[in-house]
Design a protein around this ligand. Structure first.
Ligand code: PEP
Ligand code: MG
Length: 961
């Protein structure tokens, strides 16, 4: 465990800003031999993921899991900043505790600090502390809350004698983190103190991790010092924490209520008597938090001030947490809850004030606690509440009736290919169950059996998974299921009379929420795993099983598929993907294309009601779904698949030939790349150049902005592989929905309409300048095309161009063209002006479509309509091409539309000179161009421009090609 002491503290430090403070802290860690210099990047990245501000003027900067290898030895270094450092979000830090930790030690420190910070505000005291000792005393001396909950009560324990019983109390305290090394010896050194009524008290201060009180009773009465021993209190004491509880205990004993302890049969009655658990009759209210950034400093402050205005206890806890929750009057405790938007909070108030306090709190929380809040969706994404009801097997979403056998559904083509197979429908299951069990033994047995069976099920998955990464996930799940600590904690809940389901899922949810509240990415991932196994076991207990995977390759049907879901699919088992929602430019669709899994998206909710194993036929090129197709349809599809495989084979054979229409117009077909390592493979797949190098991936692969030399390595690698073919590089396009961890940006209401692309680059010109230098230096006479993303104003283009031209004076480039991406409608509309100045345009149809049709490209339900073949988008493309050609400039298309075989005839007909597509699509796109007659395509494109919708354009293409 990390310890704090005066030698680690540097007093009276100054830092103009957070970055400077981080650098000083990192320098100290390096100088003291705790970390290597690379750790600073991890600290910066961690702040970019989420501020490490803890509350009360304290921040605890630390590295990310990626930079743990930079830690030489675990330790902490503290700096006091009496003038304060702005830590973002209006938070001022007077004490920064830099942590070098190889594992999760810093979480213990964080826990200790959040608990150590008292109800009052320490920040002024930290700022004014005269010396290091005073600072440590402040941190150590702050009142801590006494741990006292059901896990610290053990009733009717089998114990041979007083020592044996004492050890059991010690064990409970240790498990709760109250006792460290030396604690047990210290506690047992002093003789126990008789309290009367057979009750005794043991207490110790040595090795106390945090203060706590355990109470244990023996199964059969014992003797100590020739007196009865019916119950033993074991106190891990620290400071003032236990004062209130001990006073209360003395009062109870004086009142002659000692038997409530010595004869206690339930931990709840013990806790209620001692004030360790809230009396059941305290009124409560559950309210869902809607603040965009959760219960952060500002709203928490408003809430704590409101709670302080009541003359009585107002507490708040996360549902499922069996403890007392935290005082709503304490800012630091509220912050340590880590509650996010959508999180349900349970407010509990003392009966004397509840009538006023709870409505006032509810009104304030709903009104946003001083912030403007977006109302939450109907179903909050908070963890599902535990519902006391009968078992119901209904799906959480109640979709309309499943499409009938033979139905043909037109949806959105997301990844080409024809897939035939049984449906495996994955929808979240609703699982209701009674809270109270049928007896301890029976519930324990049910749970044990369910756990064994789930472990065995997972073992089968481990054995079947060919991908190592997937196997590892399942092995971790098995380890979690066997975790003895988890079993013990669930056991405590079972002891309280809960059903196996309620005890199990209650503990899982409480643990997951505690982990999430610590704001650590790694722990948050573990929380997701925990919930995953939680649901599995719960489903098993209720007989609500996750669907069994069919033996043969199946079609995965889901509401929406996250990119990580797609990336982790077993490609040998998943023949195709069908989703109820989503669009073609969603990331999951892009990944499905890259993996070569046919996918149809946005097919509507009805598909979620398909019966397991319903035969499905997907056409990922046309975006169609056939439900339970008849033999003839399957036969046709098989033939089509055969034909398309043959077409692919023919196209592959000619992939290195140019793409020239029947009447002699050449269209360049290039590759879209994110990783320069793929350049050589792209050339091998027929690329005549790289038409879009998305350099943000180059930046994302580094923990901090890559310097010129490391960027040069990347760009040279691409240029070398291209061997004289052109490289079109897009300068860094981050911001908005594509954050860079080390480039923190303020949160925006509408990131797609915010600070992204060139707008951001012009605000940080040094980054753009370094990138341009690296590009120019690596060109070495080879054809380099540089384009700027998201240009919407002529001034943006000119500022970027001027910078490039100035740098070109310094670093001559023989073959350079400068252009812009046309992604914003204003750029297309202004193309006649821009075309006078640029060397080329490259049309980013993904963004151009989203902005022209005002549909967020990632929108779960609307993005299916964001089709780049919409005539409105086609008109913008036409304007761009006409303007460019009028000035002798070339135009490419590098959005997903360029690789859509339905769109190729239209784009070629509109006069587009270059199509830049994913490497996998190059051969087919080239083959498609070769089938076209340019003159005919031109007429055809004119026809398309005059249609009314994307669907009409697609129908026209189907008819003619
Ligand atoms: C586009 O918007 O079409 C494009 C190619 O850029 P990205 O998909 O990277 O935003
Ligand atoms: Mg774009």
């Amino acid at each position: 465990m990390l310890e704090l002491n005066a030698a680690q503290i540097q007093m009276q430090q100054r830092a103009p800003d957070k970055q400077a403070a981080l650098r000083s802290l990192a320098d100290t860690l390096v100088a003291d031999g705790l970390v290597m210099p690379g750790y600073l990047a991890g600290m910066q990245a961690r702040e970019a993921q989420g501020s490490t501000y803890l509350g009360q003027g304290i921040a605890i900067p630390h590295g990310t899991p990626d930079t743990r290898d930079q830690v030489i030895s675990t330790g902490v270094r503290l700096m006091q900043f009496p003038s304060g450092v702005d830590w973002g979000n209006g938070q001022r830090v007077y004490l920064a505790i830099a942590i070098a930790a190889r594992s999760d030690e810093h979480l213990q420190l964080l826990q200790m600090l959040t608990r150590a910070l008292g109800e009052g505000d320490l920040s002024e005291a930290l700022r004014d502390a005269p010396d290091a000792e005073a600072l440590v005393a402040l941190l150590r001396g702050a009142p801590q809350e006494l741990a006292l909950d059901s896990q610290l009560v053990g009733l009717g324990l089998v114990a041979e004698d007083a020592d044996d019983l004492a050890w059991q109390g010690i064990r409970l305290l240790k498990k709760a983190g109250c006792g460290g090394p030396g604690f047990a010896a210290g506690l047992l050194r002093e003789p126990p103190l008789p309290l009367g009524d057979g009750l005794w008290l043991l207490h110790g201060e040595e090795g106390v991790g945090r203060p706590g009180l355990a109470f244990v009773t023996p199964e059969t009465p014992l003797q100590h010092d020739a007196q009865p021993l019916a119950g033993l209190f074991c106190l891990a004491s620290r400071g003032e924490a236990q004062r209130q509880t001990l006073e209360r205990l003395c009062d109870l004993l004086i009142e002659g209520r000692g038997r409530e302890f010595s004869q206690a049969t339930s931990s709840r009655s013990v806790l209620e008597a001692l004030g360790g658990e809230l009396p059941v009759d305290w009124p409560s209210r559950r309210i869902v938090l809607a603040n965009a950034h959760g219960l952060h400093a500002r709203p928490a402050k408003v809430l704590s001030e409101l709670a302080q205005s009541f003359d009585g206890d107002v507490r708040v806890r996360l549902p499922g947490d069996p403890g007392r929750g935290v005082s709503a009057k304490s800012l630091s405790r509220l912050l340590a809850l880590g509650a996010r938007r959508g999180q349900e909070l349970e407010f509990i108030a003392e009966p004397s004030i509840a009538g006023d306090a709870l409505p006032a709190v509810e009104a304030a929380v709903r009104a946003g606690l001083g912030e403007e809040v977006e109302p939450l969706p109907e179903t909050p994404f908070a963890p599902p509440p535990i519902i006391e009801a009968r078992v119901s097997l209904a799906a959480e979403v109640s979709p309309p009736l499943a499409p009938a056998a033979g139905a043909r559904i037109q949806a959105v083509a997301a990844a080409p290919g024809i897939a035939i197979g049984p449906a495996l429908v994955r929808v979240p299951l609703k699982m209701d169950f009674p809270q109270r069990g049928q007896g301890l033994a029976a519930e324990r047995q049910r749970l044990a059996q369910a756990l064994d069976e789930v472990v065995a099920q997972i073992q089968a998955l481990v054995e079947r998974s060919s991908e190592a990464s997937i196997r590892e996930i399942f092995i971790t799940h098995q380890a979690m299921l066997r975790d003895p600590a988890l079993h013990e904690d669930v056991g405590v809940r079972l002891d309280e009379g809960l059903s196996a389901e309620a005890a199990w899922i209650g503990e899982i949810e409480a643990t997951a929420q505690r982990q999430e509240a610590l704001h650590d990415a790694l722990l948050a991932e573990r929380a997701a795993d925990l919930r995953d196994i939680g649901r599995r076991v719960l489903g098993h207990l209720l007989g609500v099983e996750a669907p069994v995977e069919p033996e043969q390759p199946y079609i995965l049907v889901m509401d929406e598929v996250a990119p990580s879901d797609v990336a982790s699919l077993d490609r040998d088992r998943v023949a195709g993907i069908l989703t109820a929602r989503g669009g073609a430019t969603a990331h999951s669709a892009i990944i499905a294309r890259a993996l070569g899994i046919p996918a149809v998206v946005g097919a509507g909710e009805a598909v979620l009601a398909l019966a397991p194993n319903t035969p499905l036929l997907l056409d990922g090129e046309r975006g169609t779904l056939r439900v339970a197709p008849d033999a003839q349809a399957v036969e046709i599809a098989r033939r089509q698949r055969e034909a398309s495989l043959q077409r692919q084979a023919r196209a592959d054979a000619e992939r290195l030939q140019p793409a020239v229409t029947l009447d002699g117009r050449a269209v360049e077909v290039a590759a879209n790349l994110g990783d320069t390592a793929d350049s050589a493979a792209a050339v091998e797949q027929g690329a005549e150049g790289v038409g879009l190098l998305r350099t943000e991936l180059v930046f994302m692969q580094h923990a901090s902005a890559p310097d010129q030399a490391s960027q040069e390595i990347e760009y040279r690698r691409a240029l070398d592989a291209l061997d004289g073919r052109p490289l079109v590089v897009r300068t860094l396009d981050v911001g908005g929905d594509k954050p860079l961890p080390y480039w923190p940006l303020p949160a925006e209401e509408n990131p797609f309409l915010g600070l992204r692309g060139i707008r951001l680059s012009l605000q940080r010109p040094e980054v753009l300048e370094t990138q341009l230098r690296a590009l120019f230096a690596s060109a070495e006479g080879r054809p380099l095309r540089v384009m700027f993303p998201m240009v919407g104003f002529v001034e943006e283009w000119r500022a970027a161009r001027d910078m490039a031209l100035r740098l070109r004076e310094e670093i001559p480039v023989a073959d350079l063209q400068l252009g812009i991406m046309v992604e914003v409608p204003s750029a297309a509309l202004l193309a006649p002006v821009l075309a006078r100045e640029v060397d080329f345009f490259s049309i980013g149809t993904n963004d151009l479509t989203q902005y022209a049709l005002a549909i967020d490209r990632g929108h779960p339900t609307l993005s299916a309509q964001a089709d780049g073949l919409h005539p409105a988008v086609l008109r913008l493309i036409q304007m761009t091409v006409e303007a460019a050609h009028a000035h002798g400039k070339w135009v490419g298309v590098c959005g997903e539309l360029a690789g859509d075989t339905h769109a190729v005839p239209v784009l070629v007909g509109l006069g587009v000179d270059e199509l830049s597509v994913s490497a996998r699509s190059i051969a087919l796109v080239k083959a498609r161009v070769r089938e076209l007659d340019f003159a005919r395509s031109q007429l055809f494109a004119q026809q398309a421009l005059n249609l009314e919708s994307a669907a009409a354009v697609r129908a026209l293409v189907e008819e003619h090609f």
